[in-house]
Design a protein around this ligand. Structure first.
Ligand SMILES: C[S@@+](CC[C@H](N)C(=O)[O-])C[C@H]1O[C@@H](n2cnc3c(N)ncnc32)[C@H](O)[C@@H]1O
Length: 253
């Protein structure tokens, strides 16, 4: 039976990869990639460095191209279903053509596969379709949340407090950060959505390019550092051509 490792490689620093991740990489015949978006070059650089450090060259890389997708269809749900199905077919075909019946494949996933990543959903989808048989396992990785907390040398919450993990788009909505939750970790935010939150009594710990040589950190009361973060973020995005950032917001107790 074909086997697939879904390996979390950490959030930017090749040193994040665990011994478990390296062992799984060394047991892999074919690495599959589903990358897209403006960060592809950075993802590729980290993966290439990991392979250079830990593998002896007896492996292959296979890029699986995303099937084309209509972004403004008349029937949105039907188009998403069609696209998911085409994507599952492309991955199934790649497993079939690139992996022996008892071969071992892997996806090297940025951060941890459980956090805002679609690889595990896609593999579940493939299992449900039953078009190809395979087993898979998951090797956890350092998340960008852990990288943020470590870079600022902070715990994510004060004693006994709760926190939410959310997206920039949800934070900007009414009720996106419930008033009884002291801490909010915000990811996938292309728009500095903390701008939509009343800054009174709120602190922010912001980080971009965490774990990479470009790492940027700003922290303080939102009322004081919010504008600086927007400026630093905009300049860095132009300078590098891409950006990944994450932040923790905390209400005064
Ligand atoms: C598609 S999600 C992937 C998250 C990843 N699976 C993880 O465990 O962190 C991408 C988002 O993660 C955050 N992120 C990932 N790596 C980052 C890094 N090195 N620095 C800052 N933010 C990062 C950003 O919020 C980015 O928009």
């Amino acid at each position: 039976m074909r086997h697939i490792h879904v390996i979390g490689i950490g959030a930017g620093n090749p040193d994040h990869a665990s011994i478990q991740a390296v062992n799984a990489m060394q047991a892999t015949d074919v690495f599959f990639s589903l990358d897209k978006g403006e960060q592809v070059a950075e993802l590729t650089a980290v993966r290439t460095e990991l392979c250079r450090r830990h593998l002896d060259g007896d492996y292959r890389w296979v890029d699986i191209a995303d099937p084309p997708r209509d972004r403004s269809p008349d029937d949105y749900d039907a188009e998403v279903r069609r696209w998911h199905s085409a994507r599952a077919d492309a991955i199934g075909d790649a497993f079939r053509s690139e992996l022996d019946d008892d071969g071992v494949g892997a996806f090297l996933v940025w951060g941890d596969p459980s956090l805002y990543d679609s690889t595990l959903r896609i593999l579940d989808d493939l299992h449900e379709r039953g078009a190809i048989e395979f087993t898979h396992d998951v090797i956890p990785g350092v998340t960008s949340i852990s990288a943020l907390a470590a870079a600022h040398r902070i715990p994510l919450h004060r004693i006994g407090e709760s926190m939410i993990v959310t997206t920039g788009r949800r934070l900007a909505r009414d009720g996106g950060w419930p008033s009884d939750v002291a801490n909010a970790i915000v990811m996938l935010d292309g728009d500095c959505s903390f701008r939509h939150v009343d800054p009174t009594g709120i602190d922010i710990w912001w980080g971009a390019y965490l774990g990479t040589p470009h790492e940027l950190l700003v922290s303080g009361p939102v009322a004081e550092v919010g504008a600086e973060i927007q400026r630093v973020r905009a300049e860095a995005r132009v300078r590098h051509g891409w950006i990944m950032d994450i932040y923790l917001l905390r209400r005064d107790s």
